[in-house]
Design a binder for this molecule. Sequence first.
Ligand code: GTP
Ligand code: MG
Length: 199
Amino acid sequence: MSVNLHNAQFVLSAVSPRNFLEDGLPQVAFAGRSNVGKSSVINRLLNRKNFARVGAVPGKTIHINYFRIDDAFYLVDLPGYGYAQVSKGERDRWGKLMEDYFVRPELLTLGVMIVDVRHKPTADDGTMAGWFRDTGRPLIVVANKLDKLKKSEIAPNLQQVRETLELGEDVPVIPFSAEKGTGREELLGAILSGIKLTE
Ligand SMILES: Nc1nc2c(ncn2[C@@H]2O[C@H](COP(=O)(O)OP(=O)(O)OP(=O)(O)O)[C@@H](O)[C@H]2O)c(=O)[nH]1
Ligand SMILES: [Mg+2]
């Protein structure tokens, strides 16, 4: 089946498991540290400027946002983590919501984890990768902000991501720049083939 990415709409923002969607359509869940460029990657993927919100106030959205793409699948935007200036209460709410989500791996069809290719993945990134791994579902890692690296840094940094997150050989690490568009086709192809659709 082919997908029209232009037909994308926001569906709902879940703040508790009662709001989780489960209607049989595949769900592709995006996760990453706050400010890693999650919204930018989603916008780039859909070739939209302001679809998922970029930049506003980091760490403020402790919601799971669902976007329906062409009535074919959901793009699930999980709340970012690792933002220093959040309160304990917010961190707890984040943990509870994520736990509620990941305790039900049947909700998830494919995971997409976004990291900043400039830096060694954090302990939180490691935890996140572990949660994805424990679902038993396929995972794709997006190494974003590639445009900020010198050419000579690319290969070692990609390797560092792979090693730090202890990724299996079946997990692709896709060099990506939401800013420049690098990696868009590869990511799109990996996502669509992961859920058995074509563009
Ligand atoms: N140079 C560069 N900047 C990027 C890239 N992707 C995102 N950014 C910038 O990084 C900042 C954060 O981007 P967002 O897309 O808002 O990040 P986010 O992960 O959604 O952040 P929160 O939702 O606030 O947690 C913005 O200033 C973006 O313009 C990239 O590939 N290259
Ligand atoms: Mg965002």
